[in-house]
Design a binder for this molecule. Structure first.
Ligand SMILES: NC(=O)c1ccc[n+]([C@@H]2O[C@H](COP(=O)([O-])OP(=O)(O)OC[C@H]3O[C@@H](n4cnc5c(N)ncnc54)[C@H](O)[C@@H]3O)[C@@H](O)[C@H]2O)c1
Length: 368
């Protein structure tokens, strides 16, 4: 069995720089061999910054390159499907950013293609790797909170009201805050509490975003900047989610505010993105108090990452690459896979349908 995974990063923009390349750098089993981006200027810069052996503007070359084992797709949402299908066809293991596609149908197609070709597949649902969320999952599984009853998620960002680039157009992004932010929270809620069976949702758009940062005009946004849903889990638990990119007062150096909480029959516990190495917890009839996350939950098991290094709200994101590479080398499924990406997408699609039709919608996620 090889002991190194030769990786290409496709899409050399913000998230590759922020999460994926640092994740590759700290994993001695991972090698950044190639970078792909159609933006020549950015590609030249990344060649200097990241020192890959190869650089190309054409993802088809990556898909066909025998010197590569795996790809990380971090491109605008509408390009995920064709790039993933080409790389799967080329036999590459694929980690793809969320949302996997513009619809459940896209995401399910990606899942089936990867499954049928026998390659490893992973959806970059970053927040699953936050220490207090990993610990929250342990608390739920071990029964410490009793029977989970309520789930609650709030994700607030205070972003500028100027253009969001490709993210603000439905044909390129699929949806706004719902597909960009809330979809992560749909995913980790399903990871914690099982499938969501039906939803009622709403989205809204407040900022026209018809100007670039320099003041020049651009076509206005046609996606949401606020999203919400109430969901019923198959287990009988209920959940409420709210996300906004326009929540004044929640800038917090760009990190914003996030809290996700579970209330069970025996206790409650909450994760906060701004303090992910602590959990808020109440058991035994006591009030909520802040406690450190036990050491074994601070990094993914086996990860070479030092939990004491770096900003805790940032560094857990490097564990995605560790999981992807581990799955490839250990010949097992990566978690979360494309199946999870597709199931989250089915719920997000149901939110849009619910709001369009002004009624509850049952979630359909047939993957076979
Ligand atoms: N998991 C997370 O927490 C997280 C965070 C941020 C972004 N994302 C996701 O990552 C993806 C990228 O987001 P970003 O913020 O890095 O965007 P970005 O605009 O900064 O970068 C995207 C890059 O992809 C390149 N690109 C476009 N078409 C391409 C193609 N055909 N082949 C190769 N490269 C291509 C662009 O030139 C650009 O450099 C999106 O799907 C987004 O939703 C996820």
């Amino acid at each position: 069995m090889p002991d190194t995974v030769r990786i290409a990063v496709i899409g050399a923009g913000a998230v590759s720089d922020y999460h994926h390349v640092p994740g590759i750098r700290i994993d001695p089993r991972a090698e950044l061999v190639a970078v792909c981006d159609p933006n020549q200027e950015l590609l030249a810069r990344r060649r200097e910054e990241w020192s890959p052996k190869k650089a190309t503007t054409d993802y088809e070359q990556i898909a066909a390159d025998p010197d590569l084992d795996a790809v990380i797709i971090a491109t605008p949402n509408f390009t995920h499907l064709p790039i993933a299908l080409a790389c799967i066809e080329g036999g590459k293991h694929v980690m793809c950013e969320k949302p996997l596609g513009l619809s459940f149908a896209d995401a399910a197609r990606m899942y089936r293609a990867a499954r049928d070709r026998g390659v490893r597949h992973m959806t970059a649902f970053t927040y699953r790797f936050a220490p207090s969320l990993r610990y929250l999952k342990h608390l739920v599984r071990s029964g410490m909170l009793g029977e989970p009853r309520h789930f609650r998620s709030q994700r607030f960002l205070d972003l500028p009201e100027t253009s969001w680039g490709w993210r603000q157009y439905r044909d390129k992004a699929g949806a706004g805050d719902l597909f960009d932010m809330t979809i992560h929270r749909i995913d980790f809620a399903q990871d914690l509490l099982g499938p969501i069976s039906s939803v009622t949702g709403a989205v809204a758009t407040f900022a026209p975003r018809d100007k670039l940062a320099d003041g020049s005009a651009c076509p206005p946004s046609d996606v949401d900047d606020w999203s919400s849903l109430i969901g019923l889990f198959q287990s009988g638990a209920v959940g409420v989610w709210e996300g906004s990119t326009l929540m004044k007062g929640y800038h917090n150096s760009g990190l914003g505010y996030e809290r996700a909480e579970i209330n069970g029959s025996e206790g409650s516990a909450a994760y906060e993105l701004t303090d992910p190495n602590h959990i808020r917890i109440a058991t035994g009839g006591l009030d909520m108090e802040k406690k450190p996350v036990p050491r074994e939950f601070l990094v993914a098991p086996g990860s070479p990452r030092d939990p004491n290094k770096g900003d805790p709200s940032t560094v857990f994101r490097y564990d995605l690459v560790y999981e992807f590479v581990s799955a490839i080398l250990e010949n097992r499924d990566a978690v979360p896979g494309f199946d999870c990406g597709a199931r989250a997408q089915a719920v997000a699609d149901a939110v849009l349908e619910s709001f369009d039709k002004r009624r509850w919608v049952d979630v359909q996620a047939p993957l076979n």
